[in-house]
Structures are given as C-alpha cells and as structure tokens.
Design a protein around this ligand. Sequence first.
Ligand SMILES: [Zn+2]
Length: 274
Amino acid sequence: MQELAYKKTDEIEMHCVPDLGLLLADELEKFIDENRLDRYKLLGIGLALPGVIDEEKKQITFAPTLRMTNISIDGLIAHLRYPVYVENDGTSGGYAEYFLQPEKSSMAYLSLENGVGGAVLLNGAPYFGMHHRSGEFGHMCVEPGGLACACGKNGCMECYCSAKRISTDLGITLEEFFAGLEQHNPEYETLWEDLLQHLAIGINNIRMALDCDVVLGGFLSQYMTPFLPDLRRRTAALNTFEDNADYIDLCLYPRRAVMLGVALYFIRDFIETI
Ligand SMILES: [Zn+2]
C-alpha cells in the first residue's frame, strides 16, 4: 500500500480552474490507459491540495502556495468520472502518519515542504477546527514584523522553515544545500541556524497549545535526522514546563504520506465493506 506506482511532475500556470480540472481528468485517463487498469476497480480519486477547504461552500478558500483563492471544488472535479475526495495536504499527510503509527493517538503533524502546513489528530481523528483551519502551522507567526509571507502577513513560520527558503530561493537543490552545510558553507550555516531556531519556536508553540507529540513530515524532514538533537535542545530551551523535547519525532514517510493519506479515505471505507 505504501508503494508509489506512478509519478508525474509538471510546472503549469494554475490560474484557470476549468483548465486545471480538464488537465487532471486528461492525465488520469492517460494514466489508467497506459497502465491498463480496470476502471471498475477504481475506488475513487483523492485530491490533496495546499489550501483551506470549506466543505459547506465546496471551495478551497485560501491557497497562498498556489496563489489562488476561492477555488470551486465542483469546477475542479467536474471532468473526473469517479468518486472524488478533496482534502488539505497537511491533513492527508498527518492522517497517513497516524494510520501508520496508531500508538500516537494524538499528535500534531508539521509538514515542511515548499509550503509549511500540518494537521492535528486527536484520539485518532483529525481535528479540523471551526473553520477547517486547524493545523495551518505555516501561517503561525514566529517572528513579528519578519519576512513577508505569500499569505500577505509577515513573520509566518512558512517564510522561515520551508524547503523553498534553502533551495529554490537560493537557486540550488536541497541536496546541494546540505552538501554545502556539511562543508561548513558560512552562508548556509547562518541560514540553517535561523531555520532551526524559528522551527523550535513554532514547535514549542504547538506543544504549549496542544500538549501532544509533534511529528515532522514533508520532504525536508528526510534531511533532519542529524539535526534532531539540536532541534530538540533548542525547543526544550524555550519551554516553561519541560527540560527535553523528546516528543519531537520524524515522520515515517516524508515523500508519500500526503498521497497515502488522501487515498486512505477510500481504502478505509472499502475495508469496512469487506
Ligand atoms: Zn503566512
């Protein structure tokens, strides 16, 4: 279940929802044909997007990473001929991690990718909050008046702790960044220290608010293992009640949790019918 069967990455301008919907439907049908899949066995399509989802209005109300607001979900899925489930990417990733580690019944999942997001899981179920914005840790302020964020505010954790800050913004890959860090590139060291410190502030705030384990996910987390002791030390130093931060863990699936999480919506229902 954790295998990735197919992957395609495309750089497209996503300003027109109907066009994007058509593209999705077209790519899906091509994928099914190329892999000779049986359409009748397809349980459904899971779409995970970096945005706030309003189920009542059937809209993705706010997606700063995509630079889009008020995306009509019906418009997006109109051309898909199968049952569709749309979820926030952080929530999907968090749910997958919970599913794979059920002993962590309550946790905050903090996803570090080009955007920063997350999810809150309480007693095994996602906690969405009053406006489906629970776990939007990326826009939690960690530096008042700090760097400008795509959301229009300043000092958000996403500005300080995203993978984009240490790759795309520098014009290098993450591999190049961490190779440079290993060779003590002073610019990279300063940037990384700053990222870790703001990450520690964000994690400590999450811990203070929720008092649960914090799991770091997203593709940046796969580079974090050697830095975890330092991150825990920095986080513990900020905490009023605890002298260690062993509650911070790395996720099991830094690259596939989102896809797995949104697919689980259908798989879970299917298993219940057996
Ligand atoms: Zn923001």
